[in-house]
Design a binder for this molecule. Structure first.
Ligand code: NI
Length: 135
C-alpha cells in the first residue's frame, strides 16, 4: 500500500463557543478562543489517500484529481470565511480543529474513488494539529 498526500491551505476565522452554555462557562472552557468576535488561523490541511499501485497508471490517485477535489469541496467553501457563520457543513458544531477535520472527512470520503481516504490532518498553527482517520 502507498500513502499519497495532498496539502492545502486556507485562512478562516472562528470562535469556540457552545451556545448551550453560559458566557462564563464558555470563557472558563475556551478562554480567549471564545472572544465574541472570533479570531483567525492560517490552516494547513493534509489529505492522505491509501491504496495499491495499479500496474497500468502507477498512481494510487492522480494528485491533480486529488488537488481538484480538495480545492472544490473544501478550500473554496472555507477560505476567508467565518467558520461559525458562513459554512453550512459546520453549522451545529463547535468549530474546533477536531470537529472541522471530522466534517472534512465526511465530505471527502464520498468524493475519493481512487484508493480510499486514510487521514485528514488539520494544522491550526505550527504546533497544534489534529489527525482524523474515520471512526
Ligand atoms: Ni482558534
Amino acid at each position: 500500500m502507498v500513502y499519497v498526500t495532498r496539502k492545502a491551505h486556507f485562512s478562516a476565522s472562528h470562535r469556540l463557543y457552545n451556545p448551550a452554555w453560559s458566557d462564563a462557562k464558555n470563557d472558563a472552557v475556551f478562554g480567549k478562543c471564545s472572544n465574541p468576535h472570533g479570531h483567525g488561523h492560517n490552516y494547513e490541511l493534509e489529505v492522505t489517500v491509501v491504496g495499491k499501485v495499479p500496474d497500468d497508471t502507477g498512481m494510487v490517485i492522480d494528485l491533480k484529481k486529488l488537488s481538484d477535489i480538495v480545492e472544490q469541496e473544501i478550500v473554496e467553501k472555507v477560505d476567508h470565511k467565518h467558520l461559525n457563520l458562513d459554512v453550512d457543513f459546520l453549522k451545529g458544531f463547535v468549530p474546533t480543529a477536531e470537529n472541522i477535520a471530522k466534517a472534512f472527512w465526511q465530505i471527502l470520503q464520498g468524493k475519493i474513488t481512487d484508493g480510499r481516504l486514510y487521514s485528514i490532518k488539520l494544522f491550526e498553527s505550527e504546533n497544534n494539529f489534529v489527525e482524523y482517520r474515520g471512526e
